[in-house]
Design a protein around this ligand. Structure first.
Ligand SMILES: Cc1cc2nc3c(=O)[nH]c(=O)nc-3n(C[C@H](O)[C@H](O)[C@H](O)COP(=O)(O)OP(=O)(O)OC[C@H]3O[C@@H](n4cnc5c(N)ncnc54)[C@H](O)[C@@H]3O)c2cc1C
Ligand code: SF4
Ligand code: SF4
Length: 425
C-alpha cells in the first residue's frame, strides 16, 4: 500500500453497547487508529457475558476473556468509555452524525478505591438485577468483583435518604458525591455501531411452562447465576423453594423460541447452553439425573457437535425428543412433573423432577424499545443492516441471535464497515 492510498486513521466512531460485541467493535477500530466513543447503559462493561458462569465449548470462566478486553481498553487512549449512558438523539448522514448522549449519575467519583465501607454503612438492601432478583445487595454496591470500571455505584433508590448520607460519611476518600447530576454531551462522529444486544425472553409469558407460578422452575440465565461462584448461592445449584440440592433436573428446550406465539425464530445458543449447564449439574452432583426435552438439538459446527457427542455418552443424561406441553407442581414436595410426547416412540411421558430449567431464548433489546436513530428492524426487532447506504450498523445480538464467537466475528466486520464509512467521507 502506498502512502497516498493508505486509509487515513481519522474520524470518530460511536459504539453503543459495551457487551462483548461492542467491546470488540470498539477495540478493533481503536487499534487501527480511530477514536471511539463507547456508550454503555449499565454501570459496567461486559453485557450478558459478565453474568455467565462458564463459556461453551471450552468451559472457561468468561471473566478471562473480558479481562483481556478491559486491559486493551485501559491501554488504549483512543477508546473513551461512558457507563450509565444512553444515546438520546442522532441526526445527520453517513460520515457526519451529531449525537447527544445522556450520562446518569453514579454518585461515586474516580477517587473510589473499592474499599466497600459505603456498602457496610448502607442499611437499605435492593434486588440485584445482575442476579435476576435472586439476591439482595446494598444500596451502595460494586456490580461484581471484576467489574470495569472498578468503581462502586450508589443506587438512585437511596438518594435523598439517610442511607445516602451514611455512605458519604463512611467514605474516607471523598469519593461519594451525592450532588452528581445527569449530564448531556454532544459528539460528532462519522459512523455508529449499535451493539445493544439481547434480553432473556420473558418466561412468565409462556403460561403452560409455569415460570413465576412454581418456584422450582427457573430460566437458563438464572441457572448461570446459580452456578457462578459470585452468584447468589456462591456456585451451589440449589432449588429455590427449599435450597435443596436437586437430584433430578429437566431442561425444557425452545421455551418460547420457535413458537409463533412467542419468538418465531431459533435462538441459536440455548441447546448448547443447556448441554453446558448439564455439565454444571453433573460436576456438583454426580448422581443427579438430567432430562433434556427438545424439538431438535442444534449444536452447529465441529466443536459444538463434539461437545454434544461427549454429553450423549453420559449415562445420567437423558435426551428426549419431545416438546413439553405442560408442567404441574406437587404442592407438598414442590417437585415438578413435566408432560411431553416422545416424538420417536409416540409415548406420553410424565417425568417428575426436583427442578426445571427453561431454555428461554434471546430477544433483541430493540424489540421493546426502538433506538433514537433512523434504523430498519425486522419483524422480531433485530436491526437490519443496510451496508450499501452505510453509516450505521447493528452488531452481535442486536443483529441476530448468536454465540460469543459469532458475535465477535460480526462485530469485527462491523468495525470494518464503520471504518469504511469514515474513509469514504
Ligand atoms: C443461558 C445462556 C448461556 C449462554 N452461554 C454462552 C456460552 O457459554 N458461550 C457463548 O459463546 N455464548 C453464550 N451465550 C450467548 C451470549 O450471551 C451472547 O452471544 C452474547 O451476550 C452477545 O453479546 P452482545 O454484546 O451482542 O450482547 P449483550 O451481551 O446483550 O451486550 C449488549 C450491551 O449493550 C448494552 N445496551 C443495550 N441497550 C443499550 C442502549 N440503548 N444504550 C447503551 N447500552 C445499551 C447492554 O447493557 C449490554 O451491556 C449464552 C446465552 C444464554 C441465554
Ligand atoms: S465510594 Fe468510598 S467508601 Fe465506597 S467503596 Fe469507594 S472509596 Fe470505599
Ligand atoms: S438453540 Fe435449541 S433450544 Fe434454542 S431455539 Fe434453537 S433449537 Fe430451540
Amino acid at each position: 500500500m502506498t502512502e497516498e492510498k493508505a486509509a487515513p486513521a481519522s474520524g470518530s466512531i460511536l459504539v453503543v453497547g459495551g457487551g462483548i460485541s461492542g467491546l470488540t467493535t470498539a477495540l478493533e477500530a481503536a487499534e487501527v487508529g480511530y477514536e471511539v466513543f463507547l456508550v454503555e447503559k449499565n454501570p459496567y462493561l461486559g453485557g450478558r457475558v459478565a453474568q455467565l458462569n462458564q463459556y461453551f465449548p471450552k468451559l472457561c470462566p468468561p471473566t478471562c476473556g473480558l479481562e483481556i478486553n478491559f486491559r486493551r481498553i485501559k491501554d488504549n487512549p483512543r477508546v473513551k468509555v461512558f457507563t450509565l449512558a444512553e444515546v438520546e438523539k442522532v441526526s445527520g448522514t453517513p460520515g457526519n452524525y451529531e449525537v447527544t448522549i445522556k450520562i446518569n449519575p453514579r454518585y461515586v467519583n474516580e477517587k473510589c478505591t473499592c474499599c466497600g465501607d459505603c456498602a457496610q454503612a448502607c442499611q437499605k438492601e435492593i434486588d440485584s438485577d445482575y442476579d435476576f432478583g435472586m439476591k439482595k445487595i446494598k444500596g451502595a454496591y460494586l456490580p461484581f468483583e471484576m467489574a470495569f470500571p472498578s468503581r462502586f455505584v450508589i443506587s438512585p433508590e437511596i438518594i435523598g435518604t439517610d442511607d445516602a448520607q451514611r455512605c458519604k460519611d463512611a467514605c474516607k476518600y471523598d469519593a461519594v458525591d451525592l450532588d452528581m447530576k445527569a449530564k448531556t454531551m454532544n459528539f460528532s462522529v462519522g459512523s455508529i455501531v449499535w451493539a445493544t444486544g439481547w434480553q432473556p425472553y420473558d418466561a412468565t409469558r409462556i403460561e403452560n411452562l409455569g415460570f413465576g407460578q412454581y418456584p422450582n422452575i427457573i430460566t437458563n440465565m438464572m441457572m448461570e447465576r446459580l452456578a457462578a461462584p459470585n452468584g447468589p448461592t456462591r456456585g451451589k445449584i440449589l432449588r429455590p423453594a427449599d435450597q435443596k440440592e436437586p437430584e433430578s433436573i429437566a431442561f425444557v428446550q425452545c421455551a418460547g423460541s420457535r413458537d409463533e406465539n412467542h419468538l418465531p425464530y431459533c435462538s441459536y445458543i440455548c441447546c448448547m447452553a443447556s448441554l453446558k449447564q448439564a455439565t454444571y449439574v453433573r460436576e456438583r452432583y454426580p448422581e443427579a439425573k438430567i432430562y433434556v426435552f427438545y424439538i431438535d438439538l442444534r449444536t452447529p459446527g465441529y466443536r459444538y457437535e463434539k461437545f454434544y457427542e461427549k454429553i450423549k455418552e453420559d449415562e445420567n443424561i437423558f435426551l428426549i425428543k419431545g416438546k413439553v406441553a405442560e408442567v404441574s407442581e406437587d404442592t407438598t414436595t414442590k417437585n415438578i412433573t413435566v408432560v411431553a410426547e416422545n416424538a420417536v416412540t409416540g409415548e406420553k411421558i410424565h417425568q417428575t423432577v426436583e427442578m426445571v430449567v427453561l431454555a428461554t431464548g434471546m430477544q433483541p433489546t430493540t424489540a421493546a424499545a426502538k433506538l433514537p436513530a433512523d434504523l430498519t428492524y425486522n419483524d422480531d426487532g433485530f436491526i437490519i443492516n443496510d451496508v450499501a447506504s452505510g453509516g450505521m450498523f447493528g452488531a452481535g445480538c442486536a443483529n441476530k441471535p448468536a454465540d460469543v464467537v459469532s458475535s465477535n466475528q460480526n462485530a469485527t466486520g462491523m468495525a470494518l464497515k464503520a471504518i469504511q464509512t469514515l474513509v469514504k467521507r
